[in-house]
Each structure stands twice: as structure tokens, then as C-alpha cells.
Design a protein around this ligand. Structure first.
Ligand code: F6R
Length: 366
């Protein structure tokens, strides 16, 4: 069942080119200049009245929400709040029929996410579910479902389902922008071209598995790992730190790079490890200057960068390069090295990668 891989997690990491293709291609038919989302009933008329979007989820799925917030606000110009469901459900959130809620869940059974969905429905909001498990409670209760076509995810730590969620979020944000007249047909055709190239670019990242394993071996004794990024990279850094915590049991913290000097930089000492994400190119110079500040305080720096930003190698101790794509889609490619890095640290430390301690695949109690 593991197809020759040592663990489900590694198998699922390597399934990602297919998962990305399966989630994107059926929604991007080449004979129509549009995104086709079969199960979405949200009409243009309702969408035009939407004045606020909530994206609600837990854990890794909530980081899909952070990417979604960034993209939808940038391309569709609607205010978006992305929030974890356990907080959202108890704060009497303000919703009405002009609110759109997007819930994100691999299992479709997460108790807090389901509770948030039910609150939204009570308030008359329209709910779209980005869900992996067909027929799950969230898929049944949402008004509309955009399925991630990732197939069953066995490893407790989410990898391929997260990548599929990002793809679904790319489709949804582009679709919303087009419906609202914020994105031209020509711009869409350019984006579609890039989306079609993503599976091959994911494969290119995966082909660096041996180099990334060597970096995991090099940094396996790190005690404190800091992940920093700005914009979309900040969302990616949240996922990188969570993956390291949950399967390698290492203390890892994500920070918005610009926040470091407001406190956390005091934690940096010789041999702390900093994973610096620099794939959100618009903010590259800003993040690089934060990385320099940390480097000057003795940290080891592992950077994740776009393939032609080679000058980062003068600052960082090590660099993992990912292929260039449209800025909207960098989060998918920048995250994959982090999955492989956490996987090999966990294996090297002798942990149960597929079933990390204290964790369950589906969290059906709050
Ligand atoms: C982390 C992980 C969890 C889940 C979270 C939500 O690798 O898997 O953080 O993302 O429990 O689960 P779903 O997506 O099933 O609602």
C-alpha cells in the first residue's frame, strides 16, 4: 500500500504532482475561457452583494485560509478574515446574508470547523466547503462544495491534501475575481497557462529530495527553529513550523519577518536555525534584510528561494531553490521543501512519522 515508500507521508508527498493536476485540470477546460466549478451554486448576483468573507478552518487547513485571504483581497478586492474555527465559533461573529464563508477541511469532520459552518448558516450566510472526503459531514452541510481531489490521506500530517487545498483556493480566488469583473479574460488565460505548468514544477522540487535530506541530516540537532516570511511566505512559514513540530517534535515558531525586531529576535543565538522564505518576490528585499539581521546574531540560515534569486546564497548557509511561477502560486512550490525537510528530520530522530504522538487524523471533538 505504501508503493515501496517507507512511510505514507513520503508516498503522499510524492503524489503531489498528480494531486495538483487532478484538482486543477478538470476545472480548467481548454475549450472554455472560464473556470468550471460544477458544484458551486453561488450566483453572480449573490456574489456582487457579498461585502465580507470569512475563511475558517483548523491547523494546516487554516493556513490555506491565510493564503486565500491574501489572494482574494488582492485580486477580488473583498475584505477577508481568515481565522481558526475554535476561536471564531465562540466570539459571536458578525454575519448575515451578505457574508460568504469558506470552510476548509481535509476530513470534512472537524468539530470546530463544522460548528463555524453551522453558525454561518444560521446567520443566513452562504457557505462554500473546500473538502477532501466525499460525502463527509461538512461536504453535506455546506451550500456548495469544491472538492480537493487528493485521494485518501493516511499519514496524520497533512501534505498532499494541503497542496490540493491551495489549488482549490487558487481556483476560487480567480473565479471570484472574474465574476466580479476584476480580472480580464487575457489575464485569466495567462494564469491558466501557469496553473497547467504547476504539476511539472512540483516534480522539479521533488527531484531535489536527496539534497533536502542532506540538509535535514545537517540540521537534525537544532533545538529552536524559526520560520520567517512576509506576505504569502508568512502563511507558508506557519505550515513549515507546524510540520516540524508535529512529526519531528522540534520547537519551531513562525514569525512575520517584520515582527522579529519587536521581540522574537532576542531568542536568536549561535546555532539557532532560521528557515527564511523568500519566494514572495515583491517582498524579497525586505525579507532578505531581516534574514541578514538574524544571520548577524549567529543563526544558521536555510533559505527557500526562487530559482534565479541566486544572490541569496551569499547570505544564507544553504538554499533550496524552487521554480519560478506566477506570484499567486508560489506558496504551493515553496512549501514542498518544508514537508521533505520535516519528514527526514522525523525519520532521523526515529519518530513514528505517520502516527505522531498525541495526534489524531480526524478531530471530531473540540
Ligand atoms: C496538520 C494537520 C492538522 C489538520 C487539522 C484540520 O498536518 O493535519 O492540523 O489540518 O486538524 O483537519 P481537517 O482538514 O480534516 O479539518
Amino acid at each position: 500500500q505504501k508503493d515501496g515508500y517507507d512511510h505514507y507521508m513520503l508516498k503522499e508527498i510524492f503524489e503531489q504532482p498528480k494531486v495538483v493536476k487532478d484538482t486543477l485540470a478538470p476545472r480548467l477546460p481548454m475549450d472554455q475561457d472560464d473556470i468550471v466549478l460544477d458544484n458551486i451554486t453561488l450566483t453572480k448576483e449573490v456574489l456582487e452583494k457579498i461585502n465580507k468573507i470569512y475563511i475558517v478552518a483548523c491547523g494546516t487547513a487554516s493556513y490555506t485560509g491565510l493564503v486565500g485571504k491574501y489572494l482574494i483581497e488582492r485580486v477580488a478586492r473583498i475584505p477577508v478574515v481568515a481565522e481558526v474555527a475554535s476561536e471564531f465559533r465562540y466570539r459571536d461573529p458578525i454575519m448575515d446574508e451578505n457574508t460568504l464563508m469558506i470552510v476548509v477541511s481535509q476530513s470534512g469532520e472537524t468539530a470546530d470547523t463544522l460548528a463555524a459552518l453551522r453558525l454561518a448558516k444560521q446567520a443566513g450566510a452562504h457557505v462554500i466547503g473546500i473538502v477532501n472526503v466525499v460525502g463527509s459531514t461538512i461536504s453535506r452541510d455546506a451550500d456548495d462544495v469544491l472538492y480537493t481531489l487528493a485521494g485518501p490521506e493516511i499519514a496524520v500530517a497533512s501534505t498532499k491534501a494541503y497542496s490540493a487545498q491551495l489549488c482549490a483556493m487558487y481556483l476560487l480566488s480567480i473565479k471570484i475575481a472574474m465574476e466580479l469583473g476584476k480580472l480580464s479574460k487575457d489575464a485569466f488565460i495567462e494564469l491558466r497557462k501557469e496553473l497547467y505548468l504547476l504539476p511539472e514544477k512540483v516534480s522539479q522540487v521533488l527531484s531535489q529530495v536527496d539534497d533536502i535530506k542532506a540538509l535535514a541530516d545537517k540540521y537534525i540537532n537544532s533545538k529552536n527553529v524559526f520560520y520567517i516570511g512576509r506576505g504569502l511566505d508568512f502563511a507558508v512559514s506557519m505550515e513549515g513550523a507546524l510540520k516540524l513540530k508535529e512529526i519531528a517534535y522540534l520547537h519551531a515558531e513562525p514569525y512575520a519577518a517584520g515582527e522579529l525586531k519587536h521581540g522574537p529576535i532576542a531568542l536568536i543565538e549561535d546555532n539557532s536555525l532560521l528557515v527564511g522564505l523568500t519566494a514572495h518576490e515583491e517582498l524579497y528585499d525586505k525579507t532578505v534584510s531581516n534574514i541578514k539581521e538574524v544571520k548577524a546574531r549567529g543563526a544558521n540560515v536555510l533559505a527557500i528561494a526562487l530559482e534565479d534569486n541566486k544572490d541569496i546564497s551569499k547570505i544564507a548557509d544553504d538554499v533550496i531553490y524552487v521554480p519560478r511561477t506566477h506570484w499567486m502560486f508560489t506558496s504551493l512550490l515553496a512549501n514542498i521543501p518544508q514537508q521533505i525537510f520535516a519528514y527526514y528530520i522525523s525519520v532521523g530522530l526515529g519518530h513514528d512519522v505517520d502516527k505522531p504522538r498525541n495526534l489524531a487524523k480526524s478531530v471530531t471533538v473540540e
